[in-house]
Design a protein around this ligand. Structure first.
Ligand SMILES: [Fe+2]
Length: 402
C-alpha cells in the first residue's frame, strides 16, 4: 500500500471479509439499515441514542434521522445515554425493552451508547441483571445452548471499535467502579459505518479517538503471547496504523476531508477487530486510573511508548516492532526497534495532549494495576504481580527495567 502518494482502499476488503460481524462500510451505509430490518422482519425496532452529540450537527446524520422517522418502528427509542454509562443507564434501556419487546435493537452513537445497548439487549434476553453479566462469557456459560439476538450498531465517532467487539464497559453505580462484560453473545450482528457522521467531530475529539484506535491496533499487534488469535489480525493492525498516521494530520488540518475521515473510520473498526481477537495490555490497564483526568485516547497514547520500551526486552516484540518501521516518518533511519518507538512517540507528540504524571499519580496507577493480575501476567513482557508496583513505577518514571 502506498498511502504516502495515492491512498487505495484495501481496508474496504478487510472490513467486508470480517466474519464475526457484517460490516456495511462507506458513503450511504446507513441507508441499508431499512433493508436489513426488513430482511430481519424487524418492524419493531428500538433505537438507543446518546445525548446531544456532534454527529447531530452533520447534514448526513439529519438525513439518517429523516430516514428512520419514515420507518414504522412500533417501539419507543431510548435517548440521552451519557458517556461512561452506568448500571442504571443499562437498566433504563432494559425497562423499555421489557415493555416494547422489539425484534431489533439499534445503537446509534459512540462507544458508550453501543456498550450500553449491547449490555442491555443481553440482560433483557437472559433475564440477568447487568451486574450479573460482568466477567467473561457469563451468559454463554449459563445458557450454553442458546444463541441470543445481537444489536445493530451505527457508530458516530471513530475510535472505540465497539461496533465489532465482544466488550461492554459499564460503571457499577453501587460500587463506583468501571466493570467489563466480555461476552461473545454481545458481538454486534451488523455495523453500519458511515464516515460522514464523524465530520463534525471537533479537533480534540478527533485526535483522542483516533489515537485510541491507533493504540488498540499497536497494543494488539505487540501482544504476541495471545494464543488462538485470528491470523489476519496483524494485517488489520498494520493497515489501521498506516491509515491513522496518514489521515489524522490531514483531518486535523481540514476537518471536512471526507476521504481522510473515511480512513479514520476504517482504522477504528480495524482496531476494534484487532482487540476482539488479541486484547490490549498495560497502556490500557493503566489508563483506567486516569479516568476523568485526561481523555482516554491521550492517556493510552501517552503510556504506549513507555510500556513499549519495557516490552522491547522480548525478542518477539522486537520483531513485531520492526514490521512497523517506516510507517511513521522521522529524521532517523529506523534500523532498530528503539528507533521505531521514538518515531511513533514523535508522531503522538504532534497530535496528543501530553500525559502529566506526578509521584502521587504514579503511585495510584501502580497500586490500581495490582487489581488486574491477569492483565499484568499476560502482557507482551509479563509483569510478575508480586513485583508489579516497582516495575510500573520505574516504567512510568522513564527508567529502563533490566
Ligand atoms: Fe481504548
Amino acid at each position: 500500500m502506498s498511502l504516502h502518494n495515492s491512498p487505495d482502499k484495501e481496508y474496504i476488503a478487510l472490513l467486508e471479509k470480517y466474519e464475526p460481524v457484517r460490516i456495511v462500510f462507506g458513503d450511504g451505509a446507513f441507508a441499508q439499515l431499512g433493508t436489513e430490518l426488513m430482511l430481519d422482519r424487524s418492524a419493531s425496532a428500538c433505537f438507543v441514542f446518546g445525548g446531544r452529540s456532534t454527529a447531530q450537527k452533520s447534514g448526513v446524520y439529519q438525513d439518517f434521522i429523516n430516514t428512520i422517522s419514515s420507518f414504522d418502528l412500533e417501539a419507543p427509542s431510548v435517548s440521552d445515554i451519557p458517556p461512561e454509562p452506568d448500571t442504571d443507564d443499562v437498566r433504563r434501556i432494559v425497562e423499555v425493552l421489557k415493555d416494547a419487546s422489539p425484534a431489533a435493537v439499534i445503537a446509534v452513537g459512540g462507544g458508550s451508547v453501543m456498550d450500553a445497548a449491547k449490555a442491555a439487549y443481553l440482560s433483557w434476553q437472559t433475564g440477568m441483571d447487568v451486574t450479573e453479566l460482568f466477567g467473561v462469557d457469563v451468559a454463554s456459560k449459563k445458557f450454553p445452548d442458546r444463541a441470543f439476538k445481537r444489536v445493530f450498531c451505527i457508530p458516530t465517532t471513530s475510535g472505540t471499535g465497539s461496533e465489532v467487539t465482544p466488550y461492554a464497559n459499564i460503571v457499577d453505580r453501587e460500587k463506583g467502579v468501571k466493570c467489563l462484560i466480555m461476552e461473545k453473545q454481545i458481538v454486534p450482528a451488523v455495523s453500519f459505518v458511515e464516515p460522514a457522521f464523524t465530520c463534525s467531530m471537533p479537533a480534540d475529539l478527533t485526535a483522542t479517538t483516533a489515537l485510541d484506535a491507533m493504540v488498540h491496533s499497536i497494543e494488539s499487534f505487540l501482544n504476541t503471547r495471545t494464543t488462538g488469535a485470528d491470523p489476519a489480525s496483524d494485517e488489520w493492525a498494520q493497515e489501521s496504523v498506516r491509515l491513522i498516521r496518514y489521515a489524522l494530520p490531514k483531518v486535523l488540518k481540514d476537518p471536512d476531508d471526507l476521504l481522510s475521515r473515511e480512513m479514520l473510520s476504517a482504522a477504528a473498526t480495524l482496531g476494534g477487530m484487532c482487540i476482539a481477537t488479541r486484547p490490549t495490555s498495560l497502556p490500557h490497564l493503566c489508563s483506567f486510573s486516569l479516568y476523568g483526568r485526561i481523555a482516554h485516547g491521550y492517556a493510552v497514547a501517552g503510556f504506549l511508548p513507555l510500556f513499549w520500551r519495557y516490552y522491547l526486552k522480548e525478542e518477539a516484540v522486537r520483531a513485531q516492532t520492526m514490521r512497523l518501521a517506516g510507517i511513521f516518518p522521522s529524521a532517523e533511519k529506523q534500523s532498530t526497534p528503539e528507533d521505531v518507538v521514538d518515531a511513533v512517540e514523535a508522531f503522538i507528540r504532534t497530535c496528543a495532549k501530553p500525559l502529566e504524571l506526578n509521584a502521587e499519580l504514579i503511585e495510584k496507577i501502580a497500586s490500581d494495576a495490582l487489581a488486574n493480575p491477569m492483565k499484568l501476567s499476560s502482557a507482551p513482557r509479563p509483569v510478575p504481580p508480586d513485583d508489579a508496583a516497582r516495575i510500573i513505577r520505574a516504567v512510568l518514571s522513564g527508567e529502563s527495567v533490566p
